[in-house]
Design a protein around this ligand. Structure first.
Ligand code: NPG
Length: 369
C-alpha cells in the first residue's frame, strides 16, 4: 500500500459536561484527526489521543501535529510500499511520542483493513460481539453532585463506575457512593496525585471493596507502586506507567500492578496493545481498555480491542452521549450497559464529514513526494 496524501486537522468538540481530574479540568476536546488516502483509493482514519496540554503525558495536540509532519510521515513516505505491521519498527528511532505514532499506525491499519475487507475486531482477535461499558466520573463540586451524576450513569445501565480521586477528594466520596450502590463494581483513579507517604491514607479505601486503585503515584515511581501494593489490600492498576510491552513486563515482575489499563495511544498503537494483552493473559493479569475522551473514530477501534478475551473488566468505553452532544461518527449507543463491536471493514464506522468540517480549527494537506 502506498500513501498518496495525508489530511491532518485539529478539531474542537465541546464536552457534555466539564471533566475534572487531579491534573485539570477539560471543557472541550481538542484533538488531531488524520486521514490518509492511498494510491489504490483506500482511506484510513485515526485520531491522536494527545490532549491540548501536556498534563496527562508529555504529548499535546500541536506537538503531535509537528512530530507527525516533521519526522513520522517523512519516514513512512520514504518506505514507499507499507503495511501497518511495519510502522512501529520504522518509527522506533524516534523516541517517545507514542500517541502520535499510534495515530499514524492506526490510520494506516484502517486503510489496509478497508482494502482487505476485514474489521478491526477480526484483525485484532475479537472474542465477542458486545462489550461491557464502564464510565469514568470526574471530580465534582460537592458529594451530592457526584451522587447525582453517578445515579444518572447507573440508571443509564453502566456496569462499572470509576471515580476520579485526589488528596481531599477520596475517602468520603468513595464511602458515600459505595453506600448508595453496595453492589456496583467500583474503582478509583488518582492520575498520579499521591506520594509514597500516602500509603496509610490510601489504606482507608480498603473497606470499600474496590476493583482497583489506578495510578496513585508518579508514572516513574513503579517501585513505589510495588511498595504500596504491600500495604494496601485494594489491587493497584497502572495506567500512565505502562507505555510499552517492556514496561508492562517490568511492572508485573516487580509486582507493582496486578491489573493493567491498556490505552492504545499511550503504548504506541493497537498492535502493541495486543502484545500487552497477550502477556497479561499468559500471566493471569486482568486487563481493561482505558479511554481518553475519544470521538467515535478512536472509540470504534478501542471497542474492537476491548472485545479480546483477556479484557475481562469493563473499560472506559462509554457511549458517545457520555462525551459529546454530537459525535463525528455514527454514534455509539449503549444497550443494557453494552456496546456492539463494529463489524464493517477497518474501524467500521461512518464518518460525519460535514460535522468534522464545521468543527475543524486548522487543516493541512500533505502530499507524499
Ligand atoms: O471515558 O474516555 C473516557 C475517559 C476516561 O477517565 C478517563 N480518562 O486518566 O484515564 C484517565 C482519563 C483521561 C482523560 C486521561 C483524558 C487523559 C485525558
Amino acid at each position: 500500500m502506498r500513501i498518496k496524501e495525508v489530511d491532518l486537522r485539529i478539531i474542537n468538540l465541546p464536552l457534555v459536561r466539564p471533566f475534572r481530574t487531579s491534573f485539570g479540568t477539560q471543557y472541550e476536546r481538542e484533538l488531531l484527526l488524520m486521514k490518509i488516502t492511498t494510491q489504490d483509493g483506500s482511506e484510513g482514519w485515526a485520531e491522536c489521543v494527545a490532549m491540548s496540554e501536556p498534563l496527562y503525558s508529555p504529548e499535546y495536540t500541536f506537538a503531535s501535529q509537528d512530530v507527525i509532519e516533521r519526522f513520522l510521515l517523512p519516514k513512512i513516505f520514504e518506505a514507499g510500499d507499507i503495511r501497518a505491521e511495519e510502522v512501529a519498527d520504522l518509527l522506533r528511532p524516534f523516541l517517545g511520542h507514542q500517541m502520535s505514532k499510534a495515530c499514524v499506525e492506526t490510520a494506516i491499519l484502517d486503510a489496509q483493513l478497508k482494502l482487505e475487507g476485514i474489521s478491526f475486531g477480526s484483525y485484532l482477535g475479537s472474542s465477542r460481539e458486545l462489550i461491557d461499558c464502564g464510565v469514568s466520573v470526574g471530580i465534582t463540586s460537592t458529594i451530592d453532585a457526584l451522587a447525582q451524576e453517578v445515579s444518572q450513569y447507573v440508571d443509564e445501565g453502566y456496569r462499572r463506575i470509576k471515580l476520579k480521586i485526589e488528596p481531599g477528594w477520596d475517602i468520603e466520596p468513595v464511602r458515600v457512593i459505595r453506600e448508595l450502590f453496595p453492589d456496583m463494581p467500583l474503582q478509583v483513579d488518582a492520575n498520579q496525585a499521591y506520594s509514597r507517604e500516602d500509603a496509610d491514607h490510601l489504606k482507608q479505601l480498603d473497606p470499600f471493596n474496590l476493583l482497583l486503585i489506578e495510578q496513585p503515584l508518579d508514572e516513574h515511581d513503579v517501585l513505589g507502586h510495588a511498595m504500596l501494593a504491600k500495604v494496601v489490600k485494594t489491587p493497584i492498576c497502572l495506567d500512565e506507567s505502562i507505555t510499552s510491552l517492556e514496561s508492562a513486563r517490568d511492572a508485573l515482575a516487580l509486582k507493582a500492578t496486578t491489573i493493567i489499563n491498556i490505552k492504545p495511544g499511550r503504548v504506541g498503537g493497537y498492535l502493541e496493545s495486543v502484545k500487552i494483552h497477550d502477556l497479561c493473559v499468559e500471566n493471569d493479569i486482568p486487563v481493561w481498555c482505558g479511554g481518553m475522551l475519544e470521538t467515535g473514530i478512536g472509540r470504534a477501534a478501542n471497542i474492537a480491542l476491548a472485545s479480546l478475551a483477556g479484557f475481562t473488566l469493563p473499560g472506559d468505553t462509554s457511549a458517545s452521549s457520555r462525551y459529546y452532544h454530537r459525535d463525528i461518527t455514527t454514534p455509539f449507543v449503549m444497550q443494557d450497559g453494552q456496546l456492539r463491536v463494529p463489524s464493517g471493514p477497518g474501524i467500521g464506522v461512518d464518518i460525519d464529514l460535514d460535522f468534522i468540517d464545521e468543527i475543524t480549527t486548522s487543516r493541512k494537506l500533505i502530499l507524499a513526494p
